[in-house]
Design a protein around this ligand. Structure first.
Ligand SMILES: [Zn+2]
Length: 374
């Protein structure tokens, strides 16, 4: 699967797409209301196919809804069903059922095989109208879905998902490594490599502060206030894009270098409590998602070790467990084998490598044999 994202050129006729998204929002809210009412009356969950049938009937009479293609309507019902299934599964962990959304905040509609046509060049026909998009790349593979999406600035994008599989064969290196996330050093690798975090937010923090200050000095709802708000939104988007670029690049570097990459299962809530806001700046979870995706493409393995394994409190040399070790102690000194001054994160990374390798039934010797065969 591959996703392409193209921006639509600003044009007057784009208002039809906005109207489609708004109508989708109206259908969405109607579905939510039906779900709620059905549950109140019968005490059970409304079946998705019954809902689809009902909405399809209703759509014949409501003209405003007819601009939304029938596949997009089905997609709305499926999205809601998915959200309910998540809620049934995880409500004890605090997942909420899907709820009403303001139409202005409703973001997209999705088509499957019908309702659009790529006309070549930079033109695309959606419904009966032809739009122009910034076609920055050739689309490869068979199109699975096409989504029209608007961001908080009201700009429109086309997201195309195809079945194309990029042929990337990773080079087998025979290397297995453990990784420890940190605040100063983004990643410490068990072979001693340190990857510094770029801390984009530090660089851009003063810009953000300025933009925030500027916004709060404007009268809420005024023209200048909207301008300042858009500026802030753009800035956030810019920073988040930069960070993602860096993550993709790093994920490619690491998967070129190592065959098996071992991480600790993250407890992000706990880390946030311990380290404060910076953790969200670094967004480890986003990086791991990207890394797993790249590794899968290249046939490499990302393995997670249970976080109850005491990676930082165990001696990487002799296995001695120091339960008393506090977060302040940045160097590992072992009272048992006299190992001294090993950086805390490196000690953890080495432990993760060993623990991960043994739980995968691998050892470094075997891996290098694989490498020599390949
Ligand atoms: Zn020791």
């Amino acid at each position: 699967m591959k996703t392409y994202k193209f921006k639509l050129y600003q044009a007057k006729k784009n208002k039809y797409l906005h109207s489609c998204i708004n109508a989708s929002g109206s259908i969405y809210n109607h579905c939510i209301a039906l779900h709620k009412r059905y549950y109140r009356m019968f005490g059970e969950h409304l079946n998705m196919y019954r809902l689809m049938k009902h909405i399809a009937q209703l759509r014949k009479r409501i003209k405003y809804w007819q601009q939304v293609g029938s596949q997009a309507v089905q997609d709305i019902c499926q999205r809601i069903e998915k959200a309910y299934q998540l809620f049934f599964k995880h409500n004890k962990q605090g997942t909420k059922p899907p709820s009403f959304k303001k139409t202005r905040k409703y973001k997209s509609f999705t088509l499957k095989q019908a309702g659009y046509k790529l006309l070549g060049g930079n033109r695309i026909k959606i419904g009966k109208i032809t739009y122009n998009l910034a076609l920055s790349r050739n689309i490869r593979g068979k199109i699975k879905t096409l989504t029209v999406k608007r961001n908080s600035l009201g700009e429109l994008f086309i997201l195309v998902v195809t079945d194309h599989v990029e042929e990337q064969f990773g080079v087998v290196t025979g290397k297995i490594a453990g990784f420890d996330f940190g605040l100063k050093t983004f990643l410490t690798v068990s072979d001693g490599t340190e990857i510094e975090s770029p801390l984009f937010f530090n660089q851009f923090r003063s810009l953000l502060r300025k933009a925030n200050k500027n916004l709060s000095s404007k009268q809420k709802g005024s023209k200048n206030w909207h301008k300042a708000k858009n500026h802030l939104t753009r800035l956030h988007e810019f920073i988040s894009n930069k960070r993602k670029d860096w993550f993709w690049k790093l994920a490619h570097d690491l998967t070129n270098k190592y065959d098996v990459l071992i991480f600790e299962n993250l407890n992000l809530k706990g880390m946030k409590r311990l380290w404060g806001r910076k953790v969200s700046d670094l967004s480890f979870a986003t990086f791991l998602e990207i890394l797993v995706c790249v590794a899968n493409n290249k046939g490499k393995t990302v393995h997670f070790v249970d976080r109850f394994f005491a990676s930082s409190k165990t001696c990487s040399c002799c296995g001695y467990l120091n339960k008393e070790l506090s977060l302040k102690e940045r160097k590992w000194n072992c009272p048992s084998c006299n190992t001294k001054d090993i950086p805390r994160d490196l000690n953890a990374a080495i432990n993760l490598q060993r623990e991960g390798a043994s739980s995968l039934g691998l050892d470094t010797v075997r891996l290098s044999q694989i490498a020599s065969v390949a």
